[in-house]
Design a protein around this ligand. Structure first.
Ligand code: NDP
Length: 809
């Protein structure tokens, strides 16, 4: 083609990136071993897996097939390294992270080409997006390492972290996992995806080059059934960080239940791309290209559901088709190519299957007229119209370049449509009316909302999901807490013991104090009437339990002191319904929430003595001790009234013209099971932060000492607390915690009690992937503010939503 021809046609000529240096790098090193303790090791199995270039179908490299024995060796290396790495100063760790960032930049082109060869994504993306973001992530976290001593006081690293990453952004996911883990003083064992290990292995070389202490980063390649599962189940791993499919996330949730391992899950999505009729349609079209054809649509937060206002649909679809006709798909090493290859033939088949299903279900498919290359795994950009919101292609994550389009008429309708999915990872809202866009953004249940932009990422702004898109955040300050735990929490202290909670033993513990005369004798107390009608508190009303049964409550000496309702599955269902009906609590003013918390404290204070006596009666503790518990409860209510309007978000300044508003949003409906110790303080310590942050709650009070909570009914009724914000179901913890954990309309679950039940709660929560917070049988000192209140509670009561707002014309 002559220059004149090019000038006449304006066609792109070939612009290939050289692959020779990357291929030579592979050739010199393969077969690749495992990276353990800064050394290359042969896999125990002696076998290797083939890594294939998806754009050609040809073999690229042989990669070690790790197994359980290799995971053992890697975890042992990480454990040994943890001893010293975690003790280094923040500044020393910052230097290492800084060195990693610098070295990544020095090898940027090799990393970009390797990524393109291994994954099939275009060089335009790996060079301009993946690798720069990888470096940025290490720089950003070098900063947090430097600041750890002043900005993260009261926290310690978690320990050895197992990290499992997918194939869609191989090196970027590695960076998202390794950078915060190292900055906070943890050591890691990372398993790359089976299809895409090569950039992780180049990263291992960089680890050697900068002389990171041995064992801090270990990389074990291999298959999920060999390496992934062994890592998840390893007893000496303290946390699992996973990115991948919701199904695997669910199985990891179950496998780690009760193990005490911290867990963060970044899972799938079916993100809405909302277009109002006043949006700039040419920008929208480019936005759609970035939303769904970026990385061939193999993006967890891909804008795969186009929701367009009805009156502009024909115009937008026409423009979109014209743009799709011009998209360039082909050799991903060609710098002028928009779309590369699908990661594997298996993934390609999965996309084809779902597309066929879409056609079979009656949707209208449109693809450009040009053909894909016949060699390698390619799939054309695809647009479906006439899609029913309940159809398979509107609900299932296709993970390919397939867009489904639906229409809406009103803002209310589009919010309902956007939220009509089990996922909640991201959303994009397009409108020239910024007021409308900022009104819609908080109403969409998603961790990231992009206004008039899409697929924006930065290390400063946390990324992660709502609902079945997982829990935990990567990036931002919030992402650091995934790799930290409070300093007071250790592996061995405060082990919960079921036995100390039996009435008899409790009495024995306190007997000395009672005998000393300091205690107020139980019989000397003026006891409240014992024949109170046992009821539950649901929807602001005292209601009879569905079972028609009640359970007796005894004092430590075995005397019957009252009754409470025997709640069951039906009662929990009613309570959850009532809690949902009260969700307008979350949209009220924070000032109002604070006022109500103060009012609860005021009304409780007027009955201080009665509450203290009730504690003595149930627990056998001395009066002064019980009185301290009431005082601590009042203080706690004041604390959360104070926090209600102070646990605010932040404004991030990522490298763009614009801002990111990181907002703390309530989890929704939180199910909570209270500890047996401190029947009043334990109850309020959970309820107060949750409602202060705008959640509504279904609470199961202490099983053994429930009367302090049921005595609060009148307090709540006289404190202007709207009906349904707090619902209380008394009864058997085993039964009720299970029902709450399984309930699909409960968004988060807190459980404070035995290790066994903690395990059951975590396991059962996998149904809708609700976030859990369990005590794993460890006790905490509820009386102290360090362990009994504060940011830890507030973080559990909220999830961060990042709203990206670019500005400028
Ligand atoms: P998976 O969830 O299966 O894999 C992600 C990572 O987890 C890989 O490293 C994988 O190893 C590993 N893994 C798989 N099963 C287990 C297990 N039981 N225990 C521990 N580790 C495990 O995703 P796929 O690659 O199979 O992709 C399937 C679908 O998942 C896609 O079509 C897409 O819908 C979704 N997905 C979502 C991603 C996201 O970012 N949210 C990313 C990738 C996929 P190995 O590679 O060896 O199988």
């Amino acid at each position: 083609m002559s220059v004149m021809d090019i000038f006449e046609t304006m066609e792109y000529g070939p612009a290939p990136e050289a692959s020779a240096p990357a291929l030579a790098w592979i050739q010199e090193r393969q077969p690749f071993g495992l990276f353990i303790n800064n050394e290359w090791a042969k896999p125990a199995s002696g076998t290797y897996l083939e890594s294939v270039n998806p754009a050609t179908g040809k073999s690229l490299a042989q990669v070690a097939a790790g197994s359980g024995a290799d995971v053992d060796a890697a975890v042992a290396a990480a454990r040994t390294a943890f001893g010293t790495w975690s003790q280094l100063s923040g500044h020393t760790r910052a230097r290492y992270l800084y060195a990693l960032a610098r070295q990544i930049q020095k090898h940027a082109r090799l990393l970009a080409v390797l990524e393109t060869l291994d994954n099939g994504k275009s060089i335009r993306e790996t060079r301009d997006l993946d690798i720069p973001l990888v470096a940025r992530h290490f720089y950003y976290h070098a900063g947090w390492a430097q600041l750890i001593e002043s900005e993260l006081v009261g926290y310690q690293p978690v320990g050895v972290v197992g990290q499992i990453i997918p194939w869609n952004f191989p090196l970027l996911m590695l960076a998202w996992k390794i950078a915060p883990a190292l900055a906070m003083g943890n050591t890691v064992v990372l398993k790359p995806a089976r299809y895409t290990s090569l950039t992780a292995l180049k990263f291992a070389e960089i680890v050697q080059e900068i002389s990171l202490p041995p064992g801090v980063v270990n990389i074990v390649t291999g298959e999920a059934s060999q390496v992934g599962e062994a890592l998840v189940r390893h007893p000496d791993v303290n946390k699992i960080a996973f990115t991948g499919s919701t199904d695997v996330g669910r199985s990891i949730r179950r496998a780690t239940a009760g193990s005490g391992k911290k867990l963060s899950l970044e899972l799938g999505g079916k993100s809405p791309f909302v277009v109002f009729d006043d949006a700039d349609l040419d920008s929208v079209v480019e936005g759609v290209v970035d939303a769904i054809w970026f990385n061939q649509g193999q993006v967890c937060c891909a804008g795969s559901r186009l929701l367009v206002q009805e009156n502009i649909e024909p115009q937008l679809i026409r423009k979109l088709r014209a743009r799709m006709e011009k998209l360039r798909l082909g050799n991903p090493l060609d710098k002028a190519v928009d779309m590369g290859a699908i990661v594997s033939p298996a993934q390609l088949q999965e996309i084809q299957k779902l597309v066929e299903q879409g056609v079979a279900e009656g949707a209208q498919k449109w693809q450009p007229s040009w053909a894909c290359p016949t060699e390698g795994a390619f799939f054309p950009p695809t647009l479906f119209t006439n899609v029913s919101p309940a159809s398979t292609i509107a609900q299932v994550e296709i993970f390919g370049p397939v867009l489904v389009s639906m229409t809406f008429r009103t803002p209310e309708e589009v919010v309902a449509l956007a939220n009509n999915t089990r996922y909640g990872l991201a959303a994009s809202v397009w409108s020239d009316n910024i007021n409308l866009a900022l009104d819609i953004a908080p109403k969409i249940k998603a961790g990231s909302v992009w206004i008039n932009c899409t697929n924006m990422f930065d290390a400063s702004s946390g990324f992660g999901g709502y609902r079945e898109s997982g829990f935990g955040r990567e990036g931002g300050k919030e992402g650091l807490y995934e790799y930290l735990r409070p300093t007071w929490k250790t592996e061995t202290t405060n082990q919960f013991s079921e036995t100390i909670l039996t009435a008899k033993d409790f009495a024995m513990e306190e007997i000395d104090e009672i005998a000393s005369g300091e205690a107020m004798n139980e019989t000397a107390l003026v006891l409240p009437a014992i024949d109170r009608t046992p009821k539950l508190f649901v929807g602001g009303k005292q209601v009879r339990p569905d079972s028609g049964y009640s359970r007796d409550v005894y004092s430590v000496s075995g005397q019957r002191i009252g009754e409470v309702g025997e709640g069951n599955r039906k009662d929990i269902r009613n309570a959850v319904e009532a809690a949902h009906a009260a969700r307008s609590w979350s949209t009220g003013t924070v000032h109002n929430r604070a006022q109500i918390l103060y009012y609860i404290a005021e009304n409780l204070a007027s009955r201080e003595d009665e509450f203290a006596r009730r504690i003595v009666q149930q627990t056998g503790r001395i009066y002064s001790d019980a009185s301290d518990e009431v005082q601590a409860t009042l203080s706690r209510l004041f604390s959360y009234a104070a926090w209600a309007d102070k646990f605010e978000g932040v404004v991030h300044r990522p490298p763009m013209r614009g801002v990111v508003l990181a907002m703390h949003e309530p989890m929704g409906v939180i199910g909570m099971v209270c500890p047996d110790v401190y029947p009043l303080l334990g109850f309020i310590s959970l309820v107060a932060p949750a409602i202060a942050m705008g959640n509504t709650v279904v609470v199961v009070p202490s099983q053994r000492c429930p009367l302090s909570a049921t005595d609060c009914y009148q307090v709540f009724e006289t404190s202007d607390l709207p009906a349904g914000v707090v619902n209380i179901v008394t009864g058997e913890h085993d039964v009720l915690s299970q029902v709450l954990a399984e309930h699909d309309d409960v968004d988060a679950m807190w459980y404070f009690g035995s290790a066994e039940r903690s395990k059951n709660v975590e396991f059962a929560s996998a149904g809708n992937m609700k976030r859990t917070w369990v005590s794993n049988g460890h006790e905490r000192d509820w009386l102290t503010s360090v362990q009994g209140e504060g940011r830890e509670f507030l973080r559990e009561a909220t999830q961060v939503k990042n709203i990206w707002v670019p500005y400028g014309e």
